[in-house]
Design a protein around this ligand. Structure first.
Ligand SMILES: Cc1cc2nc3c(=O)[nH]c(=O)nc-3n(C[C@H](O)[C@H](O)[C@H](O)COP(=O)(O)OP(=O)(O)OC[C@H]3O[C@@H](n4cnc5c(N)ncnc54)[C@H](O)[C@@H]3O)c2cc1C
Length: 281
């Protein structure tokens, strides 16, 4: 690990100023990804600006029909939030299915979304709900925020402050989890609101999280699992790695989407429910 400066910011303006002043400074949230990257020499920032001292970045509220979650809110806090579980239980279950208890108590919503790991759960939740990412500079729709493999619309020295999740009529997230890390081999988030159906897929795409337009169109016409197309993504656009082939991932997208629709319709699950309620097989 290369030496780096450490700054503990007490406010968002202080964090942004430090990030702007020091070339190659990075925000530090839960450190669950960034610290291992430093240890393995995959990242070598000149400074870490710790957001952990900024109380205003933590917490959950319900404002104007949207759930507003602070960027430094941990996965465990989202999973255990009465507001989340009353207003948008699918998001609470998603958070409760991330990693293990240590990861859930350190990892944060903002860190997960800024990192945009192609197998992470929150990017699917943001895209599947049509969330808005709020930064110190602007608001960005989830459709515009996730720009590719580990890449986002964030500019240098831009800090995510919160994420606003519209509350749909119904929503569900189902994932086939990697048995070691619990990252999604494939995960599918589906929401239905008065004017739209959104289907977001994580873990499968070569460029990271994506919306499954064909599935959205089929469900908008008829919200039943039977209407879902068997294969909705070209195999060339899907990952093949040591965990699963593109063909297997394509099959999983269909199976998990069906189960998500069933869950939205309130059908009792025929499958094991583990890790805080996210379906993990
Ligand atoms: C063993 C293990 C298992 C895991 N399993 C899962 C899983 O099943 N599902 C899943 O989705 N994830 C999983 N994760 C990822 C984890 O949940 C965290 O979400 C992830 O590590 C990033 O969050 P963090 O708060 O730790 O961010 P950090 O590691 O501190 O930061 C990650 C990146 O985001 C940037 N960043 C952080 N906060 C902000 C901000 N507010 N604004 C702008 N940039 C910011 C940092 O500079 C850095 O580049 C796992 C991680 C581990 C180590």
């Amino acid at each position: 690990m290369k030496p780096f400066q450490y700054r503990l910011a007490k406010s968002v303006p202080e964090a942004v100023a430090a990030l702007a002043q020091i070339a190659e400074a990075r925000p530090l949230a839960g450190g669950m990804t960034l610290i291992p990257a430093l240890k393995h020499g995959l990242a070598a920032p000149a400074a870490l600006v710790d957001l952990g001292g900024i109380a205003s970045l933590r917490g959950v509220s319900f404002e104007n029909g949207e759930l507003v979650v602070g960027a430094m809110t941990t996965h465990a806090a989202v999973a255990g939030s009465p507001i989340v579980n009353e207003r948008l239980p699918a998001l609470g279950r998603l958070a409760g299915g991330i990693g293990d208890p240590q990861v859930r108590h350190r990892g944060t919503l903002g860190g997960s979304v800024a990192n945009n790991d192609p197998a992470a759960d929150y990017p699917a939740g943001c895209l599947g709900l049509g969330a808005t990412i709020v930064t110190n500079l602007r608001t960005v729709s989830a459709d515009e925020f996730f720009t590719g493999f580990f890449s986002t619309a964030l500019a240098p020295a831009e800090v995510i402050t919160s994420i606003r999740f519209p509350v749909p009529m119904r929503a569900a997230y189902v994932k086939f989890a990697n048995q070691a890390s619990r990252y999604a081999t494939v995960g599918v988030f589906i929401s239905q609101s008065a004017n739209a159906v959104r289907v977001a897929v994580t873990g499968a795409g070569r460029s990271g999280v994506f919306r499954a337009g064909e599935m959205e169109q089929a469900l908008a016409k008829d919200f039943r699992p039977e209407t879902l197309p068997a294969h909705c993504v070209a195999l060339d656009d899907l990952n093949t790695d040591l965990h699963a082939s593109a063909e297997y991932r394509s099959h999983l997208i269909n199976v998990l989407a069906r189960r998500a629709v069933e869950a939205c319709m309130g059908a009792p699950s025929r499958h094991p429910v583990r890790h805080g309620g996210a379906y993990a097989f």
